[in-house]
Design a protein around this ligand. Structure first.
Ligand code: AMP
Ligand code: MG
Length: 472
């Protein structure tokens, strides 16, 4: 069938940026043909970023472009390796996806459209190249939830159900199939560089890094030190990202180096989980027996992943400079985490000592009481009033917080609030609303949404949940 040239999604100004790098970095592949195409989700919030008016983009346009894959070619399965649970795996790569295209957003950012579930590629390793519908639903929800909490994340542009039956060990099977489009600031991973190091191709590492810096690190000065400046900036971005996850109570689940973006953006949401209560040992992936990627281990693991990346980068940057840059990680992380957590308490601009004290006491209360992590911040947001700066006993007066530290915490929070001028109280409230949610994406909520879909094909709870997450 010839593609419909009136389709605004096909008429976007696709840029062959990665394609122009040459075929050392990818394989051209074709999309699978699916028996059905039912649009289950379209992310209208993203369309204006692409210069599109949602009212002018029909469901049929989504299906044609992102279900039937007519029009824009070539599709590129990206090549990469990676450390999985600490073991090097040279057999990775886009095994069930490809780079559909790259588009410049109205903000000047170059966005990737990457597929997930679009069929087999040379990297499928015996896998079917498919995405389960539940997996697609889960990724849509994770990205919208993280976005709402201020996390730098990829988002799903569309999810199309494709009418196949899939067999999976971790879902009641047969289970339904889907194909997703993920919009991200690059699908280049740490593992993309690791592969080139493994293949002993410093020339390709240099070419790729120049590309990455030119496109995704435009904030760096154009200097002869650009490689080391890049790594310093990446260390900072990753520290910021993991701090955002920790504050959001998010456990990614599979922090292999093929799931770490070279731009410091969060992406690829498989067996993730939001913590129900503050518990550093919370582990979301059922196959992570040792808890390597537990919630509390994430900062350490991200640092380890940055350290592994030094091997490919050593072809361009001295080990001494790499080490010095990585040594900044802990300080960046501590500052970013403190800042993110204080924002969840409605507080901005506190000095370091006071900030640390309030943070420590908050974590202590959350840990010892084991009250709901998200519920605590939701209650704070919901009940906040400026009477709290007059009388500490009114702070969350209707909640029972079973912690020996509760009174100390209240006193401390009261002291911090009482130093904020009265006319700034609205800003506290605004900040609480901005960094907290009344709709935490806890497992039972996802399961209940999925239950309605799988048992009655009822998509209403899913749609309502997405609306709530997007409005917050
Ligand atoms: P992930 O766990 O989604 O990050 O995937 C890890 C690797 O396994 C990547 O190379 C994927 O492309 C590949 N992969 C995961 N699921 C499938 C599948 N059903 N078919 C083919 N490849 C897959
Ligand atoms: Mg992955």
């Amino acid at each position: 069938m010839t593609p419909n040239r009136d389709n605004p999604l096909l008429n976007l100004d696709y840029e062959p940026a990665l394609e122009n790098l040459g075929d050392d970095y990818y394989d051209q592949v074709a999309a699978a043909e699916f028996p059905q195409h039912i649009l289950r989700f379209r992310n209208d919030q993203l369309l204006p970023q692409l210069g599109l008016n949602p009212d002018l983009v029909e469901d049929g346009h989504f299906i044609e472009a992102f279900g039937k894959f007519q029009g824009i070619r070539p599709f590129l399965a990206l090549r990469y390796h990676g450390y999985q649970f600490g073991e090097y795996n040279p057999f990775l790569g886009d095994g069930r996806g490809f780079l559909y295209g790259q588009v410049r957003g109205v903000d000047g950012t170059l966005y990737d459209f990457g597929t997930k579930g679009s069929g087999q590629t040379p990297y499928s390793r015996g896998g079917d190249g498919r995405l389960t519908l539940k997996g697609g639903v889960r990724e849509v929800l994770a990205a919208e939830a993280l976005q709402a909490l201020g996390v730098t994340t990829s988002r799903c542009l569309s999810l199309v159900e494709t009418g196949e039956s899939l067999w999976r060990g971790d879902e009641p099977s047969p289970t339904r199939s889907s194909v997703m489009i993920r919009m991200s600031r690059s699908h280049i991973r740490f593992g993309t560089f690791e592969r080139l190091y493994y293949l002993k191709r410093p020339d390709l590492i240099k070419k790729l890094l120049d590309f990455v810096i030119d496109i995704y690190y435009q904030n760096l000065p154009d200097s002869s030190d650009r490689y080391v400046l890049f790594y310093q900036e990446l260390v900072k971005r990753v520290a910021n990202l993991v701090a955002q996850w920790m504050a959001a109570g998010f456990c990614h689940g599979v922090l292999n180096t093929d799931n770490m973006s070279i731009t410091g953006e969060s992406f690829d949401y498989g067996p993730y989980g939001f913590i129900p209560t503050y518990d550093p040992q919370f582990t979301s992936a059922y196959f992570d027996y040792g808890g390597r990627y537990s919630y509390g281990n994430q900062p350490l693991i991200c640092r380890v992943n940055l350290e592994m990346l030094q091997l490919p980068l050593m072809t361009l940057i001295s080990p001494r400079q790499l080490e010095a840059a990585l040594n900044q990680f802990d300080d960046y992380y501590a500052a970013a985490y403190r800042e993110s957590m204080l924002k969840k308490l409605g507080i901005e601009g506190l000095n370091i000592a006071e900030g640390n004290e309030l943070l420590d006491k908050t974590l202590e209360v959350l840990k010892t009481s084991q009250i709901g992590y998200h519920e605590f911040f939701a209650a704070l947001t919901d009940q906040f009033n400026w009477g709290w700066r007059e009388d500490s006993s009114t702070i969350l007066e209707n909640s029972t917080i079973p912690s020996a530290d509760w009174e100390t915490w209240r006193q401390l929070y009261y002291q911090v609030l009482s130093k904020i001028p009265q006319e700034k109280m609205d800003e506290v409230s605004h900040c609480l609303h901005q960094y907290n949610t009344q709709t935490p994406l806890l497992r039972p909520i996802i399961e209940s949404v999925w239950e309605a879909i799988t048992s009655e094909n009822n998509w209403q709870p899913f749609e309502e949940l997405v609306n709530k997450l997007q409005k917050k």
